[in-house]
Design a protein around this ligand. Structure first.
Ligand code: PLP
Length: 305
């Protein structure tokens, strides 16, 4: 395997040189937050494009601030480090980038002190995440964490235990993935994805007040629906049984991209195959992530110049 470089303590270093204490509060208590970003490879141009770097780093800084972990970098600096890191690793394929901000303290108290906030960034090649083109999901018996318990909009590392338990339950029951309800029973999101339903000509997605992460892909899907397809896009609470009566359902997310859901709780959705709207959104999405659509070029940061 070729050498892997990571960003740690303000510089790019060989991954083998990085160590984290077994006493780290990040390891013991999950005191941190993170981002997931993609860089898309354009084979015709032999170019790698960091996708919506500024939006992801804006969200990371907001997350870190919420957790009282203030790192001394701006959005522009973080975007620049990421481009340098991708270049150093010489990636020539679609890549996933994982920045993590965590409490570097090693004392036994599970407190967030801001005394030692740390940032690491690593990356790895990532093709299709779902492993399947069409998914079957079930409603999880685990409910999504509420904003009064743990802030869902910060991508806190600790919250992914909630996600992992839901995914485990779904997979053990033979489904591809789980879908969370909120504590009061509204459709919320997947373990690492937002949800859209298409019904009677409207594209509907739960609002931020239903404890979702305000996904960057979700934002793009809403824009594509409105601006490119001219359909009505609505943010409102969704009831569980509305899912069964939907014409189409799909997940959106950086890792999952746009992936259709064709079964929920063993009920077939629409025709039981990827719907026409999802197909169109996917075509638009993959047409712009690789820098091919000038209207959306501000989303794409070239790595090789
Ligand atoms: C819980 C959760 N919801 C939604 C998303 C989708 O967000 P984005 O499109 O910004 O990747 C993610 C992925 O980061 C997530 O972890």
């Amino acid at each position: 395997m070729s050498k892997s470089y990571v960003f740690c303590d303000g510089k790019i270093v060989d991954e083998n040189e990085v160590t984290i204490s077994i006493r780290s509060k990040a390891f013991n208590y999950g005191l941190g937050c993170f981002e997931g970003i993609r860089a898309y490879w354009n084979e015709d141009e032999k170019q790698l494009y960091g996708f919506r770097l500024k939006d992801h780093y804006t969200r990371l800084l907001q997350s870190a601030k919420t957790l009282n972990l203030n790192i001394p970098y701006s959005v522009d600096e973080l975007s620049k480090f990421t481009v340098e890191l991708l270049k150093k690793n010489q990636f020539k394929q679609t890549t996933y980038i994982r920045p993590v901000v965590f409490d570097g303290g090693t004392d036994i108290n599970p407190t967030l002190s801001n005394a030692e906030p740390k940032l690491i960034i690593y990356c790895q090649p990532m093709g299709k995440f779902a492993g399947k083109n069409e998914l079957s999901v079930c409603i999880s018996s685990w409910r999504r964490l509420e904003d009064t318990m743990l802030p869902p909009r910060t991508k806190p590392t600790a919250a992914y235990l909630n996600s992992a338990l839901a995914s485990l339950e779904a997979k053990q029951a033979g489904y591809d993935e789980a879908m969370f309800l909120t504590a009061d029973g509204h459709v919320c999101e997947g373990p690492g994805e937002n949800i859209f339903i298409f019904k009677k000509g409207q594209l509907i997605t739960p609002p931020p007040s239903d404890n979702i992460l305000e996904g960057i892909t979700r934002d793009l899907v809403m824009r594509l629906g409105r601006e490119e397809l001219g359909i009505e896009v609505v943010e409102r609470s969704i009831a569980r049984t509305e899912l069964y009566a939907s014409d189409e359902i799909f997940f959106s997310g950086t890792a999952m991209e746009v992936t259709p859901i064709v079964k929920v709780d063993n009920r077939i959705i629409g025709t039981g195959k990827q719907g026409e709207l999802c197909k169109k959104i996917k075509e638009l999405f993959f047409g712009l992530t690789t820098g091919k659509n000038p209207k959306y070029s501000e989303y794409c940061t070239p790595v090789y110049r």
